[in-house]
Design a binder for this molecule. Structure first.
Ligand SMILES: C[S@@+](CC[C@H](N)C(=O)[O-])C[C@H]1O[C@@H](n2cnc3c(N)ncnc32)[C@H](O)[C@@H]1O
Length: 291
């Protein structure tokens, strides 16, 4: 976990269960008296995410039924890494773009509430758009987060940039892409011989989890559009669910003569995720931040 992650040490579930009745309802009491969470139960996962967002950030969040339930520690690790990248460029007021904000709008909510960053949240799924807007409003963050309804699924920035102020410079974009290839039968990110099975039950709609070509194709589209919008965003980033995607994307960056990039790993319990960042700005030396 990132050293500044408030969830670096496991939260006290007993104290949270006493404080929050909705969380208490989904907790299990072991024979030894220990309060624990059943990670295989979707309702318990939802309540845990809602409770942690409320307890640590004062954020009230509802999810569209059946949509992806985000794990807070991972989303925080990504935001903290972005803080580290931005510190390298000494930015004061920060503007970011959240590609595919989901029904929770979690990255934009955290960025706006925790860091007072201004966010544009892009989303294609109609139900996610409705919930994301309500989540922005119920947390009174309308002055910090603008939600944009994206019609074209196969584009990333084009529609928004064509509709918005041409002069605004964004400090970063972030993305948790649909991981899986919609044409492939495989929907598992881990090798069972090397890594233990996931603790959490899988959540999310099909179009949140998969797209044509999977995450590599999705991020390749971001890379392609970054060449067109290289002056609009200082650091392009994306999270990745598969380690193998990292090498493929590094290869794609190199093939397009993009050499200023860095990668990182996010560790949360049994789950590891990867991320990649690249920039066309001379004052953003990302290579020195490589991990
Ligand atoms: C894996 S989910 C991530 C949701 C949220 N950011 C999170 O981390 O919990 C990917 C999201 O991207 C959205 N999406 C897919 N294609 C998109 C596109 N071209 N532009 C914007 N959003 C897109 C999906 O509807 C989905 O909500």
């Amino acid at each position: 976990m990132h050293p500044r992650n408030v969830l670096k040490n496991a939260p006290d579930f007993t104290a949270l269960a006493i404080k929050y009745p909705e969380f208490r309802r989904v907790c299990k009491l072991e024979l030894c008296g220990k309060v624990c969470v059943d990670y295989k139960n979707e309702a318990a996962l939802r309540a845990l995410t809602q409770t942690l967002l409320l307890e640590y950030f004062g954020l009230v969040v509802e999810f569209s039924p059946g949509s992806l339930v985000p794990t807070v520690s991972l989303r925080l690790n990504y935001i903290l890494w972005l803080e580290d990248l931005l510190a390298a460029g000494l930015t004061k007021s920060v503007r970011g773009i959240d590609i595919g904000c989901g029904s929770s709008c979690i990255y934009s909510l955290l960025a706006a509430k925790k860091n007072e960053w201004s966010m544009v949240a892009l989303e294609t799924n109609p139900s996610n758009l409705v919930y994301a807007q309500k989540n922005i409003e119920r947390n009174k963050l309308e002055n910090k987060i603008v939600l944009f309804s994206q019609k074209q699924k196969d584009h990333i920035f084009q529609e928004y940039f064509e509709a918005s102020d041409a002069l605004t410079l964004y400090d970063f974009c972030l993305c948790n892409p649909p991981f899986y290839d919609s044409l492939s039968e495989v929907s598992n990110t881990r090798n069972p011989q090397k890594r233990p099975p996931p603790r959490n039950c899988p959540t999310g709609y099909k179009d949140e989890l998969s797209c044509y070509g999977g995450e590599v194709k999705f991020v390749e589209q971001i890379i392609d559009e970054s060449l067109q919008y290289k002056d609009k965003i200082r650091i392009f980033t994306s999270m990745l669910g598969l380690k193998s995607s990292l090498n493929q994307l590094k290869h794609i960056l190199k093939s397009k003569n993009i050499s200023n990039y860095c990668t990182t790993e996010f560790h949360q319990g049994n789950t590891t995720r990867w991320a990649i960042a690249w920039s066309f700005f001379d004052n953003m030396d990302l290579q020195k931040l490589n991990k």
